[in-house]
Write a protein that binds this ligand. Sequence first.
Ligand SMILES: *Cc1c(COP(=O)(O)O)cnc(C)c1O
Length: 384
Amino acid sequence: MEKTHEAERLPILDLTRAYREIREEVLEAVTRVFDSQGFILGPEVRSFEEHVESYLEMKQGRVVGCASGTDALLLALMALEVGPGDEVITTPYSFFATAGVVARLGARAVFADIDPMTFNVSLKEVEKKITSRTRVFLPVHLFGQTVPLEGVRELCAERGIAIVEDAAQALGAWRHVDGAIVRAGLMGDVGCYSFFPTKNLGGCGDGGMIVTRSDELAARLLRLRVHGESSLYRHEEVGLNSRLDALQAAVLDVKLRHLERWNAERRVLADRYRMFFEMERLVGPVTLPVEAEGNHHIYHQYVVRVERRDELMAHLEEKGLSTRVYYPIPLHLQPCFSFWGHREGDFPESERLSREALALPIFPGLKPEEQERLVKGMAAAMRR
Ligand SMILES: *Cc1c(COP(=O)(O)O)cnc(C)c1O
């Protein structure tokens, strides 16, 4: 077989393309922070938080920047006083941190299997998992599509169960509920986001934020991110050192101005993938992602399902076409969670998806000819 030249490799992600358009703006912001030598919290961080508050059209509560998406989840659970003996219902199909933070606090992650169409946690399964120990429901808006939380809000409220949304992949995603727009991260009690460089809004290092409509929770979160300090050197509780760097805030503030456009581009890319798959008559052998009714999917990832996924992936790799698997091991089967006592077969939909999921390149600046090349490469590989 003919080997493709390394220079022609289609990457899974190329951040330099979007950066090129905003390079001047970013460098100006970075220079401003360096000139000020103010690196911790301060006006850069507050100004970014305020801009997110208006981007999310928040009328109450606030945005609290922190050091990572993982810390956002950890701080949210800490503010809700989750600890040993408590149960947190979540999905087995997510990035590690979703369950990692629960274990870190000595609580138990109670998994509920996914809906095979949307890859998100199934609310029917969630209802079955509620016990008297359930303190939090932690849904993940996976790959940029929201969980229809309006379906369980009332039930959770009745039972005193808080909803903490893992919106790390969904900043800018929303859904229609009774004619109104409800945004990812603002459907429950607390929303957690990540600014890891590969996310839809990515910084130049680690970063995260928490969003809440409750002033009480916001005050607690503001305290928890600075060692639980209430006034200078007085500590009400043991918190974390988890602030959003001023440098990150300055860069993110620039990128926030372009987020809607980039998210719109991702939707165009998703439509175009569908067109190419239809042209190649591959819809069927390849299951395309669905945008569930009422959803504004922002395609953080474009994940298809295929049989014999690993073989296909290896073949594409040989042709210089990069794909990825999110996620090859469902959380209940992670070695470090074996003490929760799960085994293969416990969550069949998640396990099947972990064998069939294939993420294709999707990022601002991805070219139509690159998408076409990838889909044609898949067609050739699958027709062998
Ligand atoms: C990225 C991600 C996180 C963690 O964010 P970090 O900023 O990397 O700590 C948590 N949950 C999900 C679903 C993610 O995709």
